[in-house]
Ligand binder design. Sequence first.
Ligand code: CAP
Ligand code: MG
Length: 423
Amino acid sequence: MLDYINLKYKPKKTDLVCEFYVEANGVSFEESAENIAGESSIGTWTDLSTMNEKIAHQLKPKVFYLNEKENIIKVAYPEELFEPGNMPQILSSIAGNIYGMKILKNLRLEDITFTKKLLESFPGPEFGIAGIRKLLKEKDRPLIGTIVKPKVGLNEKQHADIAYEAWVGGLDIVKDDENLSSMSFNNFYERIRQTLKARDMAEVKTGHKKIYMPNVTSETMEMLKRARFVKANGGEYVMIDILTAGYASLQTLRNANLGLVIHAHRAGHAALTRNHQHGISMLAIAKIARLIGVDQLHIGTAVGKMDGAAIEVEAIKNEIEAKFVHEKKKQHILEQKWGNIKPVFAVCSGGLHPGMTAELVKIMGKNIIAQYGGGCHGHPDGTRAGATSIQQAVEAVMKKKSLPEYAKTHEELAKALELWGCL
Ligand code: CAP
Ligand code: MG
């Protein structure tokens, strides 16, 4: 073994630093740390005749922090171990083979701190929060949207009609669901044509900017073809499922520089993030996505149907004491100053209805995109009324009025609050 533990070592600016949660299996905590550092960089299970002083000296990572009580280690990796601008390579190192080692019972990559050189090797978001607010001409309030529901099953015309109802009802954004791409009953190209036409009509009718986020998730060549088609038909946005499509695919979409806002859905993230003893934290995923260049990212709601404690969800977005991250350091990953890398808009979605809006804004702040799927189309009077009830809920929050109070003079909101037991 190369003796990777050096508790006196102070990470350099040229070191990429990882924080891992570690549970050893039949070996000491120190031995597990040695193996993590080795297998994620230059080592393997035995000493090597092919190893030389130069490699060991220049590329050996250092385990500079060991906290057996809290199961935390920190490793500083020289940045030469990583190819700039290649996220799959970076993750094949620090989030690769190490998960399969028998000497570990559990392993979770909690956090990554990239170096300046690596940060600068990725473009980050093209638009970011400021660019999106400029596009929508909305400076202050949360942006509101819906997902056309049912997730799949509607044909192109039904999809476009429902989108129109949602926009005219008062929502800014309509998006496809994560599992809607190009189906036998709903062709991508035809859906885009019809839904963008519906968007134009809704803009004329309301006098407001409206956004459609078509899901271009597919094989990479086809994905680019679909994204270019969106652009050619006057679309401003695309959506991609970043985990199932993969980071290389996301890089392809971003690096194509199509001038489209990128909405990142995180379907499948919980396979990595949900078990707090194993996998990859959402915090780390958020950093990766921001660096590659998504403009908007699903981070959870804290109040809706999906798992994710308020403190954890908030920590990804806001500057707070993040209890789940060890040593209680400040985290504000999406909006943190990262050189020229723009801030990412946090998307809160999953099980939201108008009655949750005040609590959501209290936890997450106003700089969010709130999406209501069932919470819009589940309204007793249909999609348009559902959209209006959401708009009214946001209005109430902005005017600092309680939702039940505001509902006294706003029928759509009243019906939504009644349906979901908030009156
Ligand atoms: C929301 C949603 C999103 C979830 C994913 C859905 O719909 O479209 O996919 O938000 O969760 O299908 O569930 P509802 P997350 O409003 O009807 O729940 O954002 O946590 O990744
Ligand atoms: Mg969905």
